[in-house]
Design a protein around this ligand. Structure first.
Ligand SMILES: NC(=O)c1ccc[n+]([C@@H]2O[C@H](COP(=O)([O-])OP(=O)(O)OC[C@H]3O[C@@H](n4cnc5c(N)ncnc54)[C@H](OP(=O)(O)O)[C@@H]3O)[C@@H](O)[C@H]2O)c1
Length: 337
């Protein structure tokens, strides 16, 4: 199966790495021969219809910062749409450019273009899903292609495919959980250290856990995108980003954390998905409950009619962790071929 990776940052490189790491196992276990025929970043592309040498591609990106510097097959200045248009034959697009919650671009155009051309799509990008879920799902149906996006919510924490497959006999009535690792890290450290929000955020930024511009995480926007994706894909609602009520964690003080702790509670940024409520806000959770997870972990409880409550937990981010979810999506697409 020939794949294109559009976006070659943390997740894109992770996907390339796991393709290389698991090459023999994929072949042996599933008869799946994954071939990377194009990789793109902002500099342009590396394109080889016979397959790129992944080790060489990763070294080129590390040394020069540009995939377009890939020897012989590098092309500077070429865009994602140009490559997907007619530059290379491929079966599946892996869309891992940055999340944009203004208009979903450039990912939205990449995804719709690939689908129109009859290609399957796997993505970790929340932007297009939070803004245009219905349109994308319809495009996938109209063009008879598969669309998988497990990595867009909770990174390696299984939730979307888990709900669709393992919980398929049950109706999922609501989902409640910690859907953002950065804020969970900050709040966990504030409990442990008694430190201020600003101080803890600075520390998280120095460690590379929080972005230089942390707005999407700390103001709850990232978690709100995930609430929308879960609402549409699992609860079969028809909602978009503007339907979510969002409050972030920037106003949380060490005093409020200490007060909660005295009463046996922790403050966590919780995403709630139900037909009555779409909300991201700081809430009290009981110490010792499944929601008392620390660090960058994500956790979610799915309330169902038959299976009662089912709780999943896992790493919400990370290059290889997120790539693991993308690879699982690729395998599941391959199994239906
Ligand atoms: N990181 C995680 O753990 C994680 C977990 C779950 C979901 N996600 C989602 O996965 C996606 C990728 O995340 P990331 O952490 O890998 O981001 P990242 O490290 O910022 O990488 C983004 C990549 O996209 C490239 N890019 C930007 N604009 C482009 C364009 N117009 N055409 C082609 N390439 C373009 C960038 O190019 P340059 O290299 O030239 O800058 C970079 O290689 C995001 O949507 C994110 O929300 C990430």
């Amino acid at each position: 199966m020939k794949v294109c990776i559009v976006g070659f940052g943390s997740v894109g490189q992770g996907v390339a790495r796991v393709m290389e790491m698991k090459k023999d196992e994929l072949q042996k276990e599933y008869g799946l021969d994954l071939e990377l025929v194009a990789a793109l970043d902002r500099s342009g592309a590396a394109i080889n219809p016979e397959g790129l040498d992944i080790k060489q591609l990763l070294v080129t990106k590390k040394l020069t910062g540009k995939v377009s510097e890939y020897p012989e097959y590098g092309e500077e200045g070429v865009s994602g749409l140009e490559v997907l248009m007619d530059k290379v034959e491929y079966h599946c697009l892996i869309e891992v450019t940055p999340t944009n919650i203004e208009d979903g671009e450039p990912a939205l155009s990449h995804i719709l273009k690939a689908m129109k051309d009859g290609k399957d799509v796997v993505t970790s990008n929340k932007g297009p899903l939070a803004l245009k879920f219905k349109e994308i799902a319809q495009a996938a149906r109209d063009n008879g292609v598969q669309f998988k996006y497990e990595a867009s919510v909770g990174g390696a924490m299984p939730i979307i495919n888990f709900a669709h497959e393992n919980l398929s006999a049950s109706k999922i009535e609501s989902i409640y959980g910690i859907l953002n690792g950065t804020t969970n890290y900050i709040l966990s450290r504030m409990v442990k250290e008694g430190s201020s929000y600003e101080q803890t955020l600075n520390e998280a930024q120095a460690m590379g856990i929080a972005e230089t511009d942390p707005t999407q995480d700390v103001e709850g926007e990232d978690a709100a995108c995930k609430v929308v994706i879960l609402a549409n894909s699992i609860l079969k609602m028809d909602v978009t980003y503007d339907d979510v009520e969002v409050t972030g964690i920037s106003q949380i003080t060490p005093e409020s954390i200490a007060l909660a702790k005295k009463e046996g509670y922790l403050i966590k940024l919780i995403g709630e998905v139900s037909p009555e409520s779409l909300e991201v806000s700081p809430r009290l959770v009981k110490e010792g409950s499944p929601f008392a997870v620390e660090g960058t972990l994500n956790v979610a409880t799915l309330k169902t009619d038959l299976a009662d409550d089912v709780t999943v937990v896992g790493k919400g981010a990370g290059s290889i962790e997120t790539a693991s979810a993308i690879l699982s999506d690729l395998i599941s697409i391959w199994k239906t071929k």
